[in-house]
Unconditional design. Structure first.
Lengths: 382, 101
């Protein structure tokens, strides 16, 4: 039973176990299968314990079912658009030879991570805690590529297209855009390696966008085309999907895509995940136990993580682990007092250097995004 | 705990390999519940996606939510479903997979 719990998403009895099937895609270890096709596979909690999430364990998220396996040697990236002066066609070798290589650590978190924990429930892939991971991404700066191609003064957005597509021609291709300021940010990469290995097929080989601090929807996999345009991208994935009520959440604005009612999801909110323990675990009285997990935000950096063992009345600072970079998650831990038997509820809240802290209460939204409320696990000392 | 592998099919076509397809045992495990409209629903929905999207979403769904979903699949994603079929699919899903409390 304990082993099974470790494999599960750690989302609690009501959400886990019965519906969680572990299944391996080619080249991946068994992951929690949320959906088979289009493939949506979640990283089990136990695999979120390491500082960097292994490529074999990294979550998989697709919207559309036709996913070509691309030959890296013949792959080409087209960089073009109305607001680009000198269109480029780049091979993988061109990317590696002609631009400065950059490696950075960053959390990649799906916008819908934890949707399955929403109350009331909302439609969509019913993710637990594992539609996220932390990795070292290696590639080149998008801005270096765009500057070589020459960005015109009227550029408004950069549009991205990947190689995956739908079964039906009528289904909108998955295309996303970024505002110019984020596209030209020094941390936005065209990445071809993950944790020092070539990108796995299921994580966007041979090259994907890496947008540290922004949710996974912008991290276009299997990149084929980059367009710099003077107008907003008008498609289902920008105008209808991945949107929030305007003004409901903190984070960068995406002004060219905003309406008075709704706005695109953008930055990751400050959040934390308990990885050392899962609900229902028993601890031996008097035994030394270290409690901990990960905390992350949009790149401002984690300022402090606090732990409560008395029903969120009093909070103590946890010890922060090594700083892996401001876009990476930060490990935290604290010894637990196991001197008394009985129920032990442990809660965690993280605070960002931006001043934002994990809230107690969920801000409901119909798409099921941004669940960063304080989490607890109920343990028992025996 | 169940662990299974799915089959990946690799057919080289001009540098692009075909995407993995459903292995037989996986297809077999993805049967919808019995009820009027089951065959039609399975047939139409599985054109684009595997069927466990339906039971996995059931806890979030009532008739109104299924209506929105069927409408989205037809109007936004181009699912080839007639008005009459949409009604039967909606009736089936609402009767069988509406678990919202």
């Amino acid at each position: 039973m304990a082993a099974q719990r470790l494999w599960a998403s750690g989302t609690g009895a009501e959400n886990a176990a019965a519906t969680e099937v572990l299944s391996a895609l080619p080249g991946k270890q068994p992951l929690i299968r949320r959906a088979f096709l289009p493939p949506n596979y979640e990283t089990p909690l136990v695999d979120l314990r390491a500082p960097f999430t292994r490529n074999e364990a990294f979550f998989v998220r697709y919207h559309l079912a036709v996913i070509p396996e691309i030959d890296a040697n013949s792959w080409q990236l087209v960089v073009t658009g109305t607001s680009l002066q000198q269109p480029l066609t780049l091979s993988l070798q061109d990317l590696k030879r002609r631009f400065e290589p950059v490696t950075l650590a960053a959390v990649n978190q799906c916008s819908g991570n934890r949707r399955g924990l929403f109350s009331p429930r909302v439609p969509g892939v019913q993710w637990g805690n594992g539609a996220m991971g932390n990795a070292r991404w290696t590639g080149v700066r998008l801005r270096d590529v765009l500057r070589q191609a020459g960005v015109a003064a009227d550029a408004l957005e950069v549009w991205f297209r990947g190689a995956d597509s739908a079964v039906l021609p009528a289904t909108p291709n998955f295309q996303k855009s970024l505002p110019m300021e984020r596209a030209l940010d020094e941390n936005t990469l065209i990445a071809f390696a993950m944790n020092d290995s070539p990108l796995p097929h299921w994580n966007g080989a041979p090259a994907r966008l890496v947008v540290p601090g922004w949710t996974g929807t912008y991290w276009m996999k299997h990149l084929t085309e980059i367009r710099v345009e003077p107008k907003p991208l008008d498609n289902f994935w920008m105008k209808s999907a991945y949107r929030l009520p305007t003004g409901a959440f903190p984070g960068a604005r995406f002004v060219s895509q905003e309406t008075p009612e709704t706005t695109p999801i953008t930055e990751v909110l400050v959040n934390s995940l308990i990885t050392s323990h899962v609900a229902g675990e028993t601890l031996a009285r008097g035994r030394h136990v270290r409690f901990g997990g990960k905390a992350w935000d949009n790149g401002a950096g984690i300022e402090r993580v606090e732990i409560s063992t008395d029903g969120r009345q009093n909070w103590r600072d946890a010890q922060l682990g090594r700083d892996l970079g401001r876009f990476a998650w930060r490990e935290f831990s604290l010894p637990l007092d196991t001197s008394r038997t009985g129920a032990l509820e442990v809660s965690v809240r993280a605070r960002s250097r931006s001043g934002l802290q994990q809230p107690e209460k969920l801000t409901f939204n119909a798409a099921g995004y941004h669940d960063n409320i304080v989490q607890s696990v109920s343990l028992r000392v025996v | 705990m169940r662990r299974r592998c799915i089959a990946g099919v690799s057919v080289a076509v001009a540098g692009v390999l075909a995407s993995p397809v459903l292995a037989a045992d996986e297809v077999g495990s993805l049967q919808l519940k019995d009820g009027p409209g089951k065959e039609l629903t399975s047939g139409r929905c599985a054109i684009c996606h595997s069927l466990e999207y339906i039971p996995s979403n059931a806890p979030a769904m009532d008739r109104a939510a299924w209506q929105k979903t069927v409408q989205k699949m037809r109007e936004r994603f181009g699912a080839p479903i007639s008005d009459e079929e949409a009604q039967r699919i909606l009736d089936y899903l609402s009767a069988t997979y509406a678990g919202k409390s």
